[in-house]
Design a protein around this ligand. Sequence first.
Ligand code: FAD
Length: 453
Amino acid sequence: MGILNIDVLIVGGGLAGCCAAETIGSESNFSVLVADAGAMASTEIMGFSAPANPGDSEELFLRDILRAGGGGNDPELARILASHAMDELRHAEKLGIRFDRKADDSATYDMVNALGSSCPRVVHSGTTTGRELLAKLAISTVRMKIIHLLKIGARVAGAIAEDGTIIHAKAVILAGGGFAGLWKFSTWSKKLRGDALLLAMQAGAEVRDLGIVQFEPTVTVAPTALAGFPVITTVLNEGARLSDRNGKMLLPAGSPVPGKRQLAKIIQHAIDQNLEPVRYDLSNVPEGLFCKKYPEYHRKFLSFFGHWQKVCFEVKPGAHTTLGGIVIEPDASVRHVPGLFAAGECVGGIHGKDRLGGNAGLEVLVFGHLAGRSAIRYVAEHPFPPEEIPEVVDPAVPVAPSQYRIAAEILDQCCKVSGETCDLRRGLERCKELENHALRALLERIFSEKTSD
Ligand SMILES: Cc1cc2nc3c(=O)[nH]c(=O)nc-3n(C[C@H](O)[C@H](O)[C@H](O)COP(=O)(O)OP(=O)(O)OC[C@H]3O[C@@H](n4cnc5c(N)ncnc54)[C@H](O)[C@@H]3O)c2cc1C
């Protein structure tokens, strides 16, 4: 409680927020406060895209991003993402991250081949790149949930936290992550439900592409202790089997494994035909091979199931990542809202209709650093009007738990992987059940911008 006066407030202590804080700390004397609501997706990042191996290039990378985006990208944001990738890789190495190489002394990185990329391009340090980066950055964060923004005229001038603390800040960076936690069944923490978008929308920001949501095909339903955990799909090429309640294989033997989107639709179709539980059995995958590639998962599965022959999950598709979000300019400033910046998964437009695996991890680094640099410039060029008292922007967050429950039910029932037109229409109609106008506006955008296919 009380009043804090600082230069820059960062809402979000994931990698986007921490990268912004790193830049402000190293390139200015400005004071920073990083507010963190207590959960994040950045710890789950296995690796990020960088065209570092022979034969790959920034141009090829950009072409892949635009092709995957299907004409939906903001081309300038996509260009910035591709052109900063190698700098981010070098920076991470300078911080002390040792990315996997083909052999210990090899100059070539051991890349993960993400679906949709024309060559393997995801650098990684085992499966824990996100955690390692956060540890190396070592940014101190404060456990604090931001619930309103403050403004002086058109300019964002701080925020209010849930505990009543008033923060006067000369610039605010939103790095609050995505909104897949709004779904009841999702790979995300229920603490990641799009606060950054709600705050931005209430402050007058534009949002875009909210209907572009990626569903992970094989998310754990049971064992319940692992519910929401996404089980990797690459092992479908190594002998893992998907079957319905009658034991019928969902993927014909010998046929190529479809992309994640198609796979999610196949599983959802079986569930819609009342053929659940869908079982995802890994016991046929050679244990040695799995252990070599995914040592952390191997440890986790063995400690849970006790024996490799018992590693089998009940799965269904779950909301995973959100590609839409706040509209930003190429310098990460929020369009039409002075003093406000945004970075990371809360931003829209970079990836278009589909995001290449590894590009979320890159986006948080590139645009986090960029937002930090732009906030420094803004604060230096726009002194705070000393005697003006900031006013509370129309309250957006917190949303009552009952409202979140209604939203989760509507999304789970009406916004699924295949996006049937009738479901979307019903979902849009059901948004009227929400009394919280900010949350209702967010859901209405999700339903009206999701296309059926
Ligand atoms: C299971 C899983 C695996 C993934 N694997 C990969 C991968 O291998 N490669 C890849 O590229 N991407 C991956 N992604 C996607 C990637 O993790 C995210 O896109 C990325 O981490 C988002 O980072 P961020 O900093 O924008 O948000 P986050 O890391 O989610 O951080 C958001 C921050 O905002 C805070 N916050 C939210 N609301 C408030 C509030 N009101 N007040 C204060 N703070 C608030 C949160 O507490 C948190 O600190 C994965 C995602 C998941 C869920």
